[in-house]
Write a protein that binds this ligand. Structure first.
Ligand SMILES: *[C@@H]1O[C@H](CO)[C@@H](O)[C@H](O)[C@H]1NC(C)=O
Ligand SMILES: *[C@@H]1O[C@H](CO)[C@@H](O)[C@H](O)[C@H]1NC(C)=O
Ligand SMILES: *[C@@H]1O[C@H](CO)[C@@H](O)[C@H](O)[C@H]1NC(C)=O
Ligand SMILES: *[C@@H]1O[C@H](CO)[C@@H](O)[C@H](O)[C@H]1NC(C)=O
Length: 409
């Protein structure tokens, strides 16, 4: 009898110890977004689940599904690839390659617009239909969570309304309750904007951060052809030449904004783009400085085929080949590279800038790194090591333990 109670006590003590260790030892997140449309890229650009280095990520996120605004269910956006060709199932089966991997699906994205999401959250019955559908969907395909990517609650320029802010909290609360009730450890995460006005209009930051497992900051596309000048799109720090409107559009200040708004550092995952934003200059413009005048977006890449946008592998294969005549420069304040040749100019991330961002994450005690997206890394090793940028995430973060936040919100 005494032995049994001693064993019980010992077991209890070990269980308590285990819980305490888990609390103080939060593993870093390596969040890998994947886009289902990368399967359509020609030749070497084609990318599908079989190309995903599942062992390098802690979280994989399938992008995107949408919302059906008739019955408020999950809407499959490419049923041919996602369902008929087994896109969802191939993706969730990657857990067989990495037992600790969490596999999520992302809902929303820029192309879905904001109107449907605003209408969805506005009525309790719609939210309930939607949540039931999400639970059914995650169970059907074996996903471990949902990533909310409504761009953006409360954004009137995206068909949102002022009521979105409170209604969105209701949706997140109800999703959290439903997920916890399933008892499968499902995660609820969110991709978020990084400007003061977007946060004010649509995000109750302290409440959301409490409810969510992690927050993925959209710390890229901070500049692009829409600005009317050439610039890098994911500078780490403010640059001297920046004035009022652009002054806070950098990774450091974006994360500080989320923290200052009441989100603990150990919930914040820093977004890093594996692509560049490109520009076209007039033929007579030989000023290649940051901020130089442009005529529009840069030429489309051979694989990604979108003006103003180039995969890391489309950039590194160009700039590393001396016979092609590119000049590579470094934004010493923003801590990111840019390159130019003739009328073309591109700002991007390379191994050096990614390493600096990894150091920043660890120094600040953030929860980890996220990339948009793994299918734009040098996944075939055209410039050197396969998945060179993602490997830097892994080597820097796989042993990094996220500290308890020191500053309280
Ligand atoms: C949305 O749901 C309705 C009702 O179930 C269905 O008839 C319709 O086809 C769905 N819309 C899309 C785009 O799948
Ligand atoms: C899923 O995997 C199967 C078997 O490897 C493959 O034939 C199919 O093309 C894959 N589908 C997608 C969308 O990746
Ligand atoms: C080049 O462009 C930058 C950004 O507009 C500007 O500050 C700089 O003065 C220009 N340099 C020359 C030599 O015109
Ligand atoms: C460099 O570019 C030239 C011209 O396109 C090409 O023939 C050559 O194969 C490239 N070299 C490498 C190492 O990719």
């Amino acid at each position: 009898m005494e032995i049994i109670s001693k064993i019980l006590l010992l077991t209890l003590t070990m269980a308590v110890a285990a819980i305490c260790t888990t609390n103080s030892e939060q593993s870093a997140r390596i969040v890998c977004y994947f886009t289902d449309w990368s399967i359509y890229r020609p030749g070497l650009g084609r990318y599908a689940s079989e190309n995903i280095p599942a062992e390098l990520c802690t979280h994989l996120i399938y992008s995107f599904v949408g919302v059906n605004d008739t019955d408020w269910s999950v809407l499959v956006l490419d049923s041919e690839v996602d369902v008929k060709q087994n896109g969802f199932r191939n993706f969730t089966q990657l857990k067989e390659k990495n037992a600790n991997l969490k596999v999520e699906v992302s809902i929303g994205g820029w192309g879905e617009g904001g109107a449907k999401y605003s209408e969805l959250v506005s009525l309790a019955e719609r939210r309930q239909s939607f949540i039931n559908s999400v639970v059914e969907f995650l169970n059907e395909y074996g996903f471990d969570g949902l990533d909310l990517d409504w761009e953006y609650p409360g954004a009137t320029d995206r068909d949102g309304t002022a009521a979105d802010k409170e209604n969105f909290v209701s949706l997140v609360q109800e999703l959290r309750t439903a997920f916890d009730a399933e008892g499968k450890g499902w995660e609820l995460t969110m991709a978020v904007p990084v400007t003061q006005s977007r946060l004010q209009d649509g995000y109750n930051v302290p409440v959301l951060c409490e409810l969510l497992d992690a927050v993925h900051t959209l710390t890229y596309d901070l500049h692009g052809a829409w600005d009317g000048f050439a610039d890098v799109h994911s500078p780490l720090y403010k640059r001297d030449f920046e004035t009022a409107a652009y002054a806070k559009l950098n990774v450091h200040d974006a994360l500080a904004l989320w923290e200052d708004s009441g989100c603990p550092a150990n919930k914040l995952v820093v977004g890093v783009p594996f692509y560049g934003r490109s520009f076209t200059l007039s033929a007579s413009n030989h000023n290649y400085s940051l901020g130089t005048t442009i005529t529009g977006a840069g030429n489309a890449g051979a694989y990604t085929q979108e003006a103003g946008f180039l995969a890391y592998y489309e950039i590194c294969t160009q700039v590393q080949n001396a016979s092609l005549g590119w000049t590579v420069e470094w934004d010493d304040e923003g801590k990111v590279p840019y390159a130019y040749k003739d009328t073309q100019w591109v700002g991007y991330e390379n191994e050096k800038s990614v390493q600096i961002k990894m150091d920043f994450i660890k120094e600040k005690g953030y929860a980890g790194a996220m990339t948009w997206v793994i299918d734009l890394d040098d996944f075939r090793g055209l410039c050197g090591q396969k998945n060179a940028l993602l490997n830097l995430f892994y080597s820097n973060l796989h042993n990094y333990k996220v500290p308890e936040p020191t500053t309280s919100a």
